[in-house]
Ligand binder design. Structure first.
Ligand SMILES: NC(=O)c1ccc[n+]([C@@H]2O[C@H](COP(=O)([O-])OP(=O)(O)OC[C@H]3O[C@@H](n4cnc5c(N)ncnc54)[C@H](O)[C@@H]3O)[C@@H](O)[C@H]2O)c1
Length: 123
């Protein structure tokens, strides 16, 4: 029986690379990302590596979308063995006192709340 991993932010970078590496070891992947283009690209890459994958579009800063990616994964694959709570942004990199409040909200929403919601619903 294949193991199953959820990877958030799997549409590029570290998440995408991890998805392919795990797929090569026979792990099926729930590819979670806010980007449809990146997410679908990763699904194709995983399938070429010999494992199964589904793309679930989600903004991890929204609790209901986190619950949805967890539910959809269990619905499709029946279980969750691994969770890579990886989605995140680095922001504009400006000096903090010049950073807009909207950007602070976005960074905290994705990097902090997104990670906490992930643990809350996957566990
Ligand atoms: N690459 C590094 O050197 C480095 C260093 C320190 C920390 N990190 C952290 O590691 C993680 C991955 O980094 P990376 O370099 O692969 O970044 P990346 O930008 O290549 O990938 C991040 C992915 O997360 C997705 N994403 C962004 N916001 C999202 C949201 N709200 N909901 C769902 N998906 C969202 C993006 O679409 C993207 O596909 C990030 O959390 C990053 O902050 C990376």
């Amino acid at each position: 029986m294949n193991k199953v991993a959820i990877i958030t932010g799997a549409g590029s970078g570290l998440g995408q690379a991890t998805a392919v590496q795990l797929a090569e070891k026979g792990v099926n992947i729930a590819v979670v990302d806010v980007s449809e283009k990146g997410g679908n690209e990763t699904v194709e890459m995983v399938k070429k590596s010999g494992a199964d994958a589904i793309f679930i579009k989600a903004d991890v800063s929204k609790a209901e979308e986190v619950k949805n990616y967890v539910d959809k994964t269990v619905e499709h694959f029946g279980t969750i063995d691994y969770f890579f709570n990886n989605a995140g942004i680095s922001g504009s990199g400006q000096f903090f006192l010049n950073t807009k409040v909207e950007e602070i909200d976005q960074i905290v929403g994705i990097n902090l709340l997104g990670a906490l919601y992930g643990v809350r619903y996957v566990s």
